[in-house]
Design a protein around this ligand. Structure first.
Ligand code: ZN
Length: 535
């Protein structure tokens, strides 16, 4: 059903494009030769009101990155379609769960915006996710000791409750460790378990949460719980959506995030010796077959080795309670504007730059995994991947995810943007964002490091909206991303060779990535060759 709605909506978007966008393009085609059009890319919706400055040079001369960096920075920090692009994505399209019509509209938005950024070529690449999912009308009724309203939302890709819902006791399993479950004992069987949480404050809290949650779900399954109520990790009734680490299939049992204050109230009632009985309805809508989605890919062709390439990537999809501005609309708009900046520089790097907006990231990088699989035959030609997915806190540098061998080259190449904050390089690797599958293919990846600012409070939450974006900082991210991509693509030598499977395996051990993948149930995908460089 979702797919059919998506098709209808896409037809509507196309109609809008034809009505409003094609006529000016047709006029432009009549007036200018193709090479002139490329350099003058007429501004059209969705970046209404923004004009390409006259005299923007075409891609014809080559300068070193160090020479170009100041001009690129100026272009990034100056007037641009960035803000209006992001506003449109956040407010007009909104939350965009992969496989829904909103995500498809976001793909259309990205294609148009990239075209107007002046890249050589834009296309989409289809892939399928195993199951389409949207939330139904989630509700819980407290039957005893006395009714009170509980605010909650299903986690992503949670199975629906059975027809008629679940009527069960609510029991407290503490923070979900062995002690908590042991204390709750046999009462967990058939019950809804409340799991306490600490407030989420730091990147470290976030990184440790996912593997810990996996273990808690396993304990709940072993104790035959009927469902899980996770106490929200954010205060003030804030709800958010997250997902059980998986390969895009449904989770093992119904799970909901419950407003922190409501979960605390239930815990206090239970602690005072009262029994709570509740009726839970979570009629999530599940597709009967795999659902199609698309990555958006644009390219600026290199001048010397056009078949070799660097990817500048961010994810376009988001969770759906908020409008996905910090995660990761800001960087989707940023990647598009970085393409504009590189194009407007008037120079071409030695190798090509691919600007890729992935969908399916929130379902554990399904889009970038699909991209890596589909492009395996040419991955020897991929020199590096650069990924942004951390909101708009000040940039501190990049993590090279264990690639010490790439460190000297990266440090030297990014010298021109030290003043923008790119100073520290770290080596931590995690199951965090779209670099994951490229890392497992042996390709050097850079993932931006940023101060958390307001990212963690609003992470995946209903409050992740356009007003949270620090636009001045986002413009600095455009400059950083554009110069990074250009600098790596323009180097005489690649920053580091592609690793063999044995070398990747060693990296996974050295960085602790293997341990995290094991805890999250992902290691078997590597071992079986399903994910990562082929044995
Ligand atoms: Zn993200």
């Amino acid at each position: 059903m979702a797919a059919r709605e998506a098709m209808n909506l896409r037809a509507k978007e196309r109609e809008l494009l034809v009505r409003f966008l094609l006529p000016p393009l047709a006029v432009a085609l009549l007036l200018f030769s193709p090479s002139v059009i490329r350099s003058q890319s007429a501004p059209i919706s969705p970046q209404r009101g923004w004009q390409v400055p006259s005299g923007t040079p075409g891609c014809s001369v080559e300068k070193s990155c160090a020479e170009l960096a100041p001009a690129m920075t100026k272009s990034a920090l100056g007037p641009s379609p960035l803000e209006e692009n992001l506003r449109y994505l956040s407010d007009n399209i909104g939350g965009r769960l992969t496989g829904t019509p909103e995500a498809d509209r976001a793909v259309g938005w990205a294609v148009e915006a990239l075209r107007h950024a002046g890249v050589d070529e834009v296309h989409t690449e289809k892939f399928t996710i195993p199951v389409g999912w949207t939330e139904g009308h989630t509700a819980v009724e407290i039957l005893s000791p006395a009714p009170f309203r509980v605010h909650l939302t299903s986690i992503g890709w949670s199975p629906p409750t059975p027809e008629g819902g679940i009527t069960a006791d609510v029991v407290d399993a503490g923070n979900g460790d062995d002690t908590g479950f042991a204390k709750a004992g046999a009462t967990v069987a058939g019950a809804i378990v409340v799991i306490h949480s600490n407030l989420l404050r730091t990147w470290e809290d976030l990184a440790s949460q996912y593997p810990a949650d996996e273990q808690i779900v396993r304990r709940a399954m072993n104790a035959h719980a009927a469902a899980i109520f996770w106490m929200s990790t954010r205060p003030n009734m804030l709800l958010y959506r997250q997902i059980r680490i998986s390969d895009g299939h449904l989770g093992p049992l119904p799970e909901a995030i419950v407003a922190r204050e409501d979960a605390e109230r239930m815990a206090r009632l239970l602690a005072s010796g009262q029994e709570i009985r509740a009726h839970l309805e979570m009629p999530n809508k599940i597709s009967s077959r795999p659902v199609e989605s698309e990555n958006v890919v644009a390219e600026i062709r290199g001048r010397e080795k056009p078949d070799e390439f660097v990817i500048l990537g961010a994810h376009l999809d988001s969770w759906d309670l908020g409008t996905g501005a910090l995660d990761n609309g800001c960087d989707a708009a940023m990647v598009i504007d970085a393409a504009r900046v590189v194009h407007a520089s008037g120079s071409l790097p030695r190798r090509s730059i691919r600007f890729v907006l992935f969908t399916g990231e929130e379902q554990v990088m399904l889009g970038s995994w699909a991209y890596a699989r589909a492009h395996r035959p040419e991955l020897d030609n991929m020199d590096a991947g650069i990924f942004f997915d951390s909101g708009t806190g000040p940039v501190t540098g990049y993590t090279l995810s264990g690639r010490t061998d790439a460190l000297p080259a990266v440090r030297e190449a990014l010298e021109p943007i030290q003043s923008l904050g790119v100073k520290q390089f770290t080596l931590d690797a995690g199951v965090d964002t779209d670099n994951f599958d490229f890392l497992l293919e042996g390709i050097p990846t850079l993932v931006v490091n940023q101060e958390p600012a307001n990212y963690i409070l609003n992470y995946h939450a209903a409050s992740d909206s356009f007003d949270k974006v620090d636009m001045a900082q986002l413009k600095r991210q455009v400059a950083i991303a554009a110069v990074t991509a250009y600098a790596l693509a323009d180097r005489a030598e690649r920053i580091a060779p592609r690793q063999s499977r044995a070398e990747i395996e060693q990296l996974m051990k050295d960085t602790g990535l293997a341990g995290e993948m094991k805890a999250e149930g992902l290691l078997s995908q590597w071992t079986s060759g399903e994910r990562g460089r082929q044995p």
